[in-house]
Design a protein around this ligand. Sequence first.
Ligand SMILES: Nc1ncnc2c1ncn2[C@@H]1O[C@H](COP(=O)(O)OP(=O)(O)OP(=O)(O)O)[C@@H](O)[C@H]1O
Ligand SMILES: [Mg+2]
Length: 327
Amino acid sequence: MTNVPAIEVRGLTRVFESRKGFLFREVSRTEALRGLDLTVEPEAIFGLLGPNGAGKTTLVKILSTLLLPSTGTALVLGHDVVEESAWLRPRIGLVLGGERGLYNRINARDNLRYFADLYGIPPHEREHRIDEVLERVGLEGAADRRVEEYSRGMKQKLHIARGILHRPQVLFLDEPTIGLDPKSARETRKLVRSLVSDGVTIFLTTHYMFEAEELCPEIAVMSKGRIVARDTVAGLRQLVGGDRTLEAEAYGFEDREVDAIRHLPGVSKVVSEEYGPRTRLTVRLRSLETTPDQVVATLPGHPELAVRERRTSLEDVYLDLVEEEAP
Ligand SMILES: Nc1ncnc2c1ncn2[C@@H]1O[C@H](COP(=O)(O)OP(=O)(O)OP(=O)(O)O)[C@@H](O)[C@H]1O
Ligand SMILES: [Mg+2]
């Protein structure tokens, strides 16, 4: 491959306007993307996280030429998604989560034949390619069953088979394991990794932190139409104040006690939350200087105190980043 980025986005915006009412037409305006910048290197898995409505699907649809941006530019494989969509379409694949987009009344093989023709796969190659992708997603035994008899997991596998049938160089996976049982989700992740070893660039959105952490060397967090952070998981942990987290729980803490914790060495952040009658202090640590024992020593007079230490999780990072963006 050349060193052209797989994806390059500059100042991308997308506004949705919808009209409500009959007589008094009200126009509601949603800014789904608000000046988004992003570069993704080729031949790896890039993960995009973000709350519902952050704009992930909107971005994926623009990058896969399904939706036009309002302003800004987006290049995939160095080619403009608006101006050069015809060049791009055969080179990119898109898999959206959910059950739409397949023909239920016909079997999996016929579904794939339909899409093969749509993608312009030559007839002499068609059957061979279909067998190949069916085997790759593990549906070879169910190829002749009607899709309406398929379970959700099988449908999702068929979606992926459709998405890779034309051997795209960049594959967009929008929540590919949504609603899948753990075994099917794991098989899907394995398949995604095998595609990367074949040189495919994967752009993945997910709400499963574990999945992002397992699959993606680099992760971006999106909130309200912008990328708010982008790094490796280790880098993101540092960004939110360190890779160790202590949790101290008791029946309420005084402000001065919370302050004392805040001033312990290496502490970057203390958050207090109520859990029924109990209060939990979540203490983010940049270094090993402060131990659970020191936290206990700083909070005398709480015989009920429980302190535990854990690694800062990607979920902690995500919640911190998204919270900072909250109104
Ligand atoms: N066709 C549309 N018409 C009007 N508004 C839309 C349309 N599509 C998306 N939006 C709005 O744009 C914003 C971003 O939506 P988008 O689907 O991109 O979010 P998302 O990050 O994919 O969320 P989720 O995690 O729930 O899938 C939301 O406020 C949504 O309501
Ligand atoms: Mg979405």
